[in-house]
Design a protein around this ligand. Sequence first.
Ligand SMILES: *Cc1c(COP(=O)(O)O)cnc(C)c1O
Length: 352
Amino acid sequence: MNIQTLKVEESRINEVDASNIQFGKTYSDHMLIADYVDGQWQPAQIVPYDDISMSPATTFIHYGQSIFEGVKAYKNASGHVSIFRPADNWKRFNISAERMAMPHVPEEIFMDGMRQLVELDKDWVPSSDGSSLYIRPFMFATDAFIGVKPADCFRFMIITSPAGAYYNKPTRIYVQNKYVRAFPGGIGFTKAAGNYGACMLPTAEIRKLGYDQILWTDGYEHKYVQEIGTMNVFFVLGDKIITPDLSGGTILAGVTRDSVLKLLKQHGYVVEERPLTIEEIRESFYKGELKEAFGTGTAAVIAPIAELFYDGQTLDLPPVEQWEVSNWLKKELADIRYGRTADTHHWMYKVC
Ligand SMILES: *Cc1c(COP(=O)(O)O)cnc(C)c1O
C-alpha cells in the first residue's frame, strides 16, 4: 500500500543531541493518521508531526475509548533498520480494540503504515547499543458527542520517539494488597488507556514510600501475583523459571514475555506458566531459592528486581551481577535485535 505522504520542509533531527536523548519528549519528523468514518477506514496519511485539534465533546476524552501499543525499531551495525515483532503488536492491538468496542485496524494500515513511517524517519533511529526508536500506535474515539454509547468514528495514529540506552537500576517493588489493577471480566488484558490512569494514584503512594513499581495481585484475595506496572514478571525459584499464566484475562500478554518464554525453552530451561502465589515466593525466599526476579516489557526489556516489600516484610534478592538467567536473556535479546546473532524465530521485520 502506498501511503500519501506530506514531508516536512526541513528535518528537526539536528536539534537532537544523540548522546543525551530524552525519551518521550522528542518526536520524529512525521506521524501517521488514519480515520474511521461511516464504518470504513479512510486512506492513511503520513504528515509532519504536529498538534491535533478536536471538539471538547470528543467522546474518548469523556469515556475512555482509547487504546495503544508500544513497539521498537533497531538499527544494526550496517545501518539497517528492523522492527521487533510488530505483527504481534498489531494482533494485540485488535484484541484491545474488540474489548473496547472499537474497529479492527487493518494490517495494511498498521503494518505498512508503521514500516513506511519508520523508513521515512530512519535517521531518527539511534544506533548506539541499547538505543532504539520507540513506536507508539494508538486509537481513540472521535465522535463529537457526549452521550454514552460506543462511538462511530475513530482515529488511528502512529508517532515515534528516539529512546537512548538506559541503565536499569534494580527496582524496589511494593507488592500491592490494597488496590486492584485488573479483575476477571475486566480489561486487564488490553492496553486500554484507563488501565494506566487507574494505576497513577497507587503508584504515587508507593513512590512516596521509596518504592519504584507495584507488583499487582489478584482482586479476590491479593494472593496470586499478576504483573508489574507495564511489565510482565518472572521469578527464578530454585531451578525453575515461573511466570503467571494468562488464563484469567487480568494480565497483558507481553510480546517480550512471549519472546523470553521462547528463548528460555529453546535454551533448555525449565519454564512454568501457572498461577503463582506471593506465599510461594516468600517460602522460596526463606529456603534460599529465590534467585532472580525481573520484569519484561518493550520499554525496559529486562528489569531486575532488587527487593520485594510484602505485608511488612522485605525480601532482598541476591546481587544482580550473579544472576545467570536474566543477564543471559538480556544479551540474547540485544544480540537478536542488533543483528549480532541469527534471528531464528524471525522476529525482526526489516524496514530498510
Ligand atoms: C505493555 C505492557 C506489558 C509488556 O508488554 P510488551 O509487549 O512486552 O511490551 C506488560 N504489562 C502491561 C500492563 C503493559 O501495558
